[in-house]
Design a binder for this molecule. Structure first.
Ligand code: SAM
Length: 194
């Protein structure tokens, strides 16, 4: 799944294991399932990316943004994260891993006005009804949202009906990825904007 990026993925996982807990990026109980629950879960999104500019809102430790930048060197990834300590980590990792396709933006999504991204991803940032108004304005017309969600996605979808209409989303669907791969099923809310 990582293709030629597998050594970079291993290096990223190693650095997260060494420093992630100390920097408050990942809980200690997550370290043993870093691949199955985090890296593999995120890399499942890689085939859905189009060549272009993709933003990852609330990137945190770099999930899914750094993982996607490793798996898709043909895509420019903008990591959007407001917390200084996390943006420092993201910049350091992008440099250490030699990821020339990564840009780090220290900002809250709602404070950004002029990105016109082709696609936006997010994972573990907020429920859909809050997340859609945060992410849809960052996407150009005909662009796409790819929002990673947990098992409660159906309830979130029901609660987000007004937000979906207000953002003029089209072709709304929930994809289930990774069945049979030994990872947790990854659910992705996908919709076109405008
Ligand atoms: C629970 S963490 C998830 C981090 C990562 N996406 C993951 O899956 O491990 C949520 C992240 O979203 C960031 N965040 C929260 N509100 C945000 C906003 N309005 N705009 C951008 N990022 C935000 C937080 O600083 C934090 O790093």
């Amino acid at each position: 799944m990582f293709g030629a990026g597998i050594e970079r993925a291993r290096s990223y996982a190693g650095q997260l294991t060494r420093r992630g807990e100390e920097l408050g990026l990942i809980g200690p109980q997550e370290l043993s399932r870093l691949w199955s629950r985090h890296l593999l879960n995120c890399v499942l999104l890689a085939p859905l990316l189009r060549p272009g500019r993709v933003g990852d809102v609330g990137s945190g430790a770099g999930l899914p943004g750094i993982v996607l930048a490793i798996a898709r060197p043909d895509v420019h990834i903008v990591l959007i994260e407001p917390m200084e300590r996390r943006t420092e980590w993201l910049r350091d990792e992008a440099e250490r891993l030699g990821l020339a396709n990564v840009e780090v933006l220290r900002a809250r999504a709602e404070d950004i006005s002029d990105l016109a991204l082709d696609q936006v991803t997010a994972r573990a940032v907020a429920a859909l009804r809050t997340l859609i108004p945060l992410t849809a304005p960052l996407v150009r017309a005909e662009g796409e949202l790819l929002l990673m969600k947990g098992a409660r996605v159906a309830e979130e979808l029901t609660a987000a009906r007004k937000a979906i209409a207000a953002a003029r989303l089209r072709d709304v669907e929930v994809l289930e990825l990774g069945a049979g791969l030994g990872t947790e099923t990854t659910r992705v809310f996908r919709a076109s904007v405008g």
